[in-house]
Design a protein around this ligand. Structure first.
Ligand SMILES: Cc1cc2nc3c(=O)[nH]c(=O)nc-3n(C[C@H](O)[C@H](O)[C@H](O)COP(=O)(O)OP(=O)(O)OC[C@H]3O[C@@H](n4cnc5c(N)ncnc54)[C@H](O)[C@@H]3O)c2cc1C
Length: 521
């Protein structure tokens, strides 16, 4: 029997034959992210427990197989893509249980393959919600992926990224041993207070899966809000919008802030994307508490239509929450006062849809079925205009090439805490879809959106743009979530920093088999 057959048999003994996938289509899907494909692994394994993972890691180590951990597969930073065939992919979605909700202490422990949507559904009946409660991909993206990426969005204007809300990670290390980063003393009690000496929990936020395999996470809950509302403003240009949005971020009034260039909203609101809008509008109405509220919301969104899109360069959406409707009205009025010097209030269609349907099926392709690659950089408010000016020079300089290769670039942005903004250039281009796109898109959209013919030259151009944009971000001193293999985490650090990170990697993964290349390690 060959060596590969032996190791596959050993894997089957641990997780059962049905959880060892060797068919080409399963390996193909598991080796792709939203941007591109890696090498085919030897097998895709679907562990069901922490003990399974510990055993699988020991077996992989004996064979020196690289171990790539995949959650929802909703990233686009090469973060888990196998680099060669002597590798396995662990599909974490079998570990999806919510283990314990301690309502008195506002704490929940859930397994790493649980999605953000499932976690939210589990804690909602207790009137609770995670403090950071998900990325916009949370219908499929997992807790393990979110914390390994340092995900941001829901709750981020108030709490920053997901990183600050974790209390403990249960992690399988590269030798198969199990670490708890935050639980202390009585092992029966979940972690409840993070600052107890050096912060090992922090070490495992944004680690791109390079330092271990998260199998469970304990995180902070908060009371669900009694009332939610939103408003949207249009701005004549990016700089004015940035000033207004920074003012809202600093005010601490918003729970989420996000926006985009009007040209992108216009592109997204056309043609087949309207189908998606109709679906989400319906979901939004269903999410309203009373028929009257649903009617009012529907009236506002349909009456306002999309006329405002023509009048501005940028749109910002501000989502707010409060204990009751009276306090919410006061908060929204406060936000209005902050934004009025900068822009004009417009219909809050997009904001209301996002607030009502926080976990829609992730749109892994762009408007009209174009492929998409979001990049991002986080900058302090004071540095965003400078970066935007540099981005505009690059975009103008590339205009001919962009058109030639059927590529478009737009800016999206979001608030992350009170000191910084997340600036996200999104690249769209016409190209064929990967099997992952076909597999993930809901059936209704697959019939409405069609892939373009293969565009290998355009793809190469997009890759060159990606590299240049990341260089530009680095030159402006930006930082990143979702580091994966895409962003230069170790570049231009002090030697002491780099040596410490490498020593940590060696301590937790002596053979360098866990997600090799992630974080630049
Ligand atoms: C439509 C769309 C919307 C998005 N919206 C947002 C958004 O609002 N905010 C945001 O921050 N991002 C967003 N993203 C990006 C991405 O979906 C998120 O970063 C998400 O958190 C990834 O989670 P995942 O489970 O899919 O992780 P994966 O893509 O499967 O993995 C990401 C990284 O985490 C590692 N990993 C996964 N699980 C584990 C584990 N258990 N232990 C150790 N390492 C692990 C992987 O090895 C990899 O390095 C979006 C993406 C799409 C396509």
């Amino acid at each position: 029997m060959s060596q590969a057959a032996d190791v596959l048999a050993a894997f089957r003994d641990v997780v059962g034959s049905e959880h060892v996938l060797v068919a080409d289509d399963a390996r193909t899907l598991a080796s792709q992210d939203v941007y591109r494909a890696g090498s085919l692994p030897l097998a895709v394994l679907r562990p069901q427990s922490t003990a399974d993972i510990a055993q699988l890691v020991r077996l992989a180590r004996a064979e020196r197989l690289a171990v790539h951990v995949r959650g929802g597969g909703m990233s686009y930073t090469d973060a888990y893509l196998p680099q060669h065939t002597h590798s396995i992919v662990l599909d974490m979605r079998g570990l999806d249980r919510v283990r314990e909700i301690v309502a008195d202490d506002h704490i929940v422990t859930a397994e790493a393959g649980c999605t953000w949507a499932a976690l939210d559904a589990a804690v909602a009946p207790r009137g609770l919600r995670a403090r950071f409660w998900g990325p916009m991909s949370g219908a499929l993206a997992t807790l393990g992926g979110g914390f390994s990426q340092g995900a941001a969005t829901f709750g981020s204007a108030r709490h920053g990224s997901s990183a600050s809300t974790a209390l403990d990670f249960e992690v399988v290390l590269g030798d198969g041993s199990i670490l708890h980063t935050g639980r202390a003393g009585n092992a029966a009690r979940p972690a409840f207070f993070r600052p107890y000496g050096p912060d090992l929990t922090g070490l495992y936020t944004g680690d791109a899966g390079a330092l271990g395999i998260k199998t469970a996470v304990t995180l902070q809950l908060e009371q669900r809000p009694g009332a939610q509302g939103s408003l949207s403003f249009a701005f004549k240009d990016f700089t004015t919008m940035r000033a207004g949005v920074s003012a809202v971020a600093r005010s601490g009034l918003a729970t989420e802030i996000f926006g985009l260039e009007t040209a992108l909203a216009r592109l997204a609101a056309g043609d087949a994307a309207l189908v998606q809008d109709a679906t989400t509008l319906w979901q939004m109405m269903r999410a309203q508490r009373t028929p009257l509220a649903a009617l009012r919301q529907a009236w506002r969104t349909t009456r306002a239509g999309r006329t405002f899109l023509a009048e501005s360069e940028c749109i910002a959406n501000v989502l707010c929450e409060a204990r009751d409707a009276t306090r919410l009205t006061l908060t929204l009025d406060d936000v209005r006062r902050v934004l009025q010097p900068y822009g004009v209030e417009v219909a809050n269609t997009m904001a209301a849809v996002v607030q009502a349907t926080p976990f829609p099926p992730p749109m892994v392709v762009g408007p009209r079925g174009m492929r998409l690659l979001p990049l991002h950089v986080i900058l302090p408010h004071s540095a965003v205009d400078g970066f935007h000016a540099a981005f505009e020079i690059l975009r103008a300089h590339e205009q001919v090439q962009l058109e030639r290769h059927r590529v478009q670039m737009f800016v999206v942005f979001a608030g992350v805490g009170e000191s910084a903004l997340l600036y996200e250039p999104v690249i769209y281009w016409e190209d064929e879809w990967l099997p992952l796109h076909h597999a993930v898109l809901p059936a209704a959209l697959r019939t409405q959106l069609a892939p373009a013919p293969a565009n290998p030259e355009g793809r190469r151009y997009v890759e060159s743009l990606r590299v240049r944009l990341i260089e530009l971000m680095h030159a402006h001193g930006g930082v990143h979530l979702q580091i994966g293999r895409a962003y230069p985490y170790l570049r231009e650090r002090t030697p002491a920093f780099t040596e410490l990170v490498k020593a940590l990697k060696h301590a937790v993964d002596p053979d360098g088999l866990l997600n090799p290349g992630a974080l630049g390690l």
